[in-house]
Structures are given as C-alpha cells and as structure tokens.
Design a protein around this ligand. Sequence first.
Ligand code: GDG
Length: 487
Amino acid sequence: MGRLVVVSNRVADPRKPAAGGLAVALRDALLATGGLWFGWSGRIVEDGTPGEGEVRVQPAGSVSLATLDLCRADHDAHYAAYCNEILWPVFHYRLDLAEFGAAAAEGYRRVNQLFARKLLPLLRSDDVIWVHDYHLIPLAAELRAAGCAHRIGFFLHIPLPPPPLFAAIPENAWLTRALFAYDLVGFQSRADVGHFVGHAVAEAGATAFGECGLEAFGRRTQVRAFPIGIDVDEFQRLGKTPEAREAYETTRTEYARRKLLIGVERLDYSKGLPQRIRAFRELLTRYPENRHSATLIQIASPSRETVGAYASIREELERLCGSVNGDFGELDWMPVRYIHRTVARRRLSGLYRAACVGVVTPLRDGMNLVAKEFVASQSAADPGVLVLSRFAGAAEELVESLLVNPYDVHGTADTLQQALAMPLAERRARHEALLRRIREHDVHQWCTSFLQALDASSTPALKPRARAQRSPRPASRARPVRSSRPR
Ligand code: GDG
C-alpha cells in the first residue's frame, strides 16, 4: 500500500496516548507509511472569507499533520449547523430535532470543497485516502471533480438511518451520489449497510454486483460493515496505572457496602440518559432490596453545549437525577452520583472495574466503545455484567451481554435486577465470551481490514471520470435519482 492519507474533521498527534481512539487506531498505519493526517485545526477566524482557509503542515515523527483554519461563517454553517443540527440528529433517527436549511447545506458543501482544494496539492500519486465520518461525506466527490483518481475509502462512525429517514434530508440525493465517489464505503454494522443498500436501490436505482458491490451514477463502490473496536491491550495497561488503581481502590472502599452501576458518555441525546435514570428509579421501586445499596455513577461529559437540544437534555437529566435522590436518598446513601465533567481516561478504567454493572443504553449508537471498554476493564475472576442497548451497533457483536430496549423502562429495570443478581459462574462465562470477541475484533483488526479491503477494491469508475457533483440543492435536479421521496 502507498502512503496513507487520513482526512477527518479533527486531527491528533498519533504518538500521544491521550490523542484518543481514532488516533490509536490509525497510528500504526500512519507511522508505517509515513502518512499524512488532514483536518480542521480547531481554530476559527472570526472575520475570514467563506471558502478560504490557511493550511499548516507540521511533522509528528514520521507522520505529517496538516490542519486548516475555518472562518466563522464556514464553521457555523458546516460544523455547527449541517453536521450537528442536521446529519447528527437524522442519522440518530431524530428527525424531530433536525433544523434543515439551505444555508447550512451550502456551507457544508463549501467546506468540503475547501478541504478538497487544500488537500489536492499535498497528495502524491501512490496515496491511499481514508475519509472519516459525516462531516466529510462529499469530499471524494469534490476531489474527483477536480480530477483526483486516487483510491478513496470512507468510514461512517455513526449509524445510517433506514431509507425513509435518510430520504427526509432535503439533500439526500446529493449525499447518496457523493458516497458513490468512494471506492469503499464502510459502516459500523450490518444494519447500517442494509439501510444504505436499501436507500441506494430504491432512490438511485443502484444495482448489486459481486459480494458487496453497488453500481450507480456510472460508478462502482464496495459497501461493507467494519465494526470498530478498542485497543484491548492498551486499555488493560491503563487499568494497571497508579491512577486507575487509585480510582478502583477509592471507589471500592467508599462503596464497600453498595453495588455499583456505571454509565459513561458524552452528554448527548442519542445516549438515552433520561430513560436510563427512569429505569434506575423503576429498579428501586420494583426491587426495594436495592434501596440503600444500588448506586448509579453517571459520568456525562460536556458536549456541544451551544446546541439547544444539548442544553435541554442536560436540564432534563439533572431534574431526573435530583428527583431520584430526593425520593429515595438517605443521609448515608445517594442513589445517583451524577458527574457533568470529563474524567481522566486512566481513572475511567478503574471506575469501570469497580462496578458490578455497566449500563450502556443508547437510543441509537453507531458502535459504542464504552461497552467494549467496560468489558476490557473487568477482572476475569469476578467480572461485572454489561447491560447493553439493542440499538447500539455493538449489540450485533456483544450478544453475551444482557440486551435491552432502552425505551422500555420496566424491561430495562428487570434486566438491571437480573444483572445485579447474576451468579458468578454465569458472569464469568459471559465475560470470557465477550472479551474473546472484543480481542478478535479490536481496533487494529478494524483498521487493517478496512485498508486491505480498500486496497483490494478494484472498482474503477465505469466511465473514465466521474461527473462533477451538482449543487446540494435542489435535490430534485440531481440525476439519475428516480425519486427523492420515501417509499
Ligand atoms: C462516535 C459514535 C462510535 C466518554 N466520557 C469520557 C470519556 N469518554 C470516552 C469513552 C469512549 C469515547 O469517549 C466515547 O465513544 P463512544 O463510542 O461510546 O461514543 P461517541 O463519542 O458518540 O463516538 C460511536 C465511535 O464514534 C467510534 O467510531 O462507537 O457510536 O457515536 O472512548 O471512554 N473519556 C474520558 N473522560 C470522560 O469523561 N477520558
């Protein structure tokens, strides 16, 4: 394989362990090929010109980091509006929260064009390009329109909704066509692949070829599921650090007479936090033996706080936690410990280990790495139980967890009770099977299998060069989509 070029909204120095999941995942491939990582710098130029931005390239060992500043108008239309107020809610099945608007769509396209224009001069002929996530769906189309013939893959970290929901996005035809500019499109789950294929066939008249090929708009692309994993060894090493041990010991000592349940996520409406607190209340109501004992530690790290929907979910969550504590708490027992802060990664692994139950109940999630981190952190001799939403991508793989419907508050409460009461032998058997699976499908296997599939995706354009992409609006002008309405 040639040099790996990664493009994502944000970049990180892959040598730094704190850089986070994606950086850890891509580190080996980037280092091995002397790769380039391209993305937004995180800087906003208040009075900059829309569609313009300065690129800085800096070395990070053998890897180059290229970052681009965005002006205020581009940032607000692309990231704040189209990404966070349209694609994120609709892709998480929340049409009710979407704030559709032509200006946002234009900004989204403008930033993707800017990314393409600034990336092109940095490319070498043997580069393989891997584009990440919903911020950059049209990037390959913009690159192709400028003559780029490189192999380009795309991975969507969040879910792809069923066809009728996707079709509600006014620019759905343009987005669908844009995905066909990639040689390989990867999703988190088989369900997501099914949704994309269903949409492309129904709306764009796509036809299947080979095992995972789809043909439309004069192009062929491979469409497959690549469930993302974690770095199990790295996470287990974190668990042995002094900070993790200290977090484990302190928590165990403080809650020696209690049974701990833990939830960890960004405070996002997709994560099902209010439903979880209601289920926990129901657990205390229906199974009174848990009073004075079961304690839910809920870490909800701040996220996208300027978006209205995030402020409301925070208020709702705080009200629900307050009412459970008010109604059930005792002088020496607080049922819910709600923490609206980011906890250091090393401490997290100690907290996971100290808990009897990991409560991972999103209403919708691409994969959910917390579920895998919880499993990796458990002691094999006395492991905790994972209670997992059937609507997380991880549910396709982690079938030995206790799967719940997070909308069913009573059912979730019953399952929490089952988890708290599970005999040791069953806990061990389930944990062993889960750990084996997350080891087999860890983040390195995810990265390697995607890049191998991209390398093997001999799916050249059916025509010598793909046609330039049309404007995102109006969707009805984009041919050859048969209809932009859901069927
Ligand atoms: C997107 C998709 C997909 C959380 N709170 C703290 C903290 N975290 C860390 C967790 C975990 C990560 O953030 C969250 O990952 P998830 O996968 O659970 O969810 P998203 O952030 O929504 O990620 C998701 C993922 O991309 C990867 O493709 O699985 O479906 O939505 O690693 O540990 N980390 C620290 N303190 C916190 O308070 N240090």
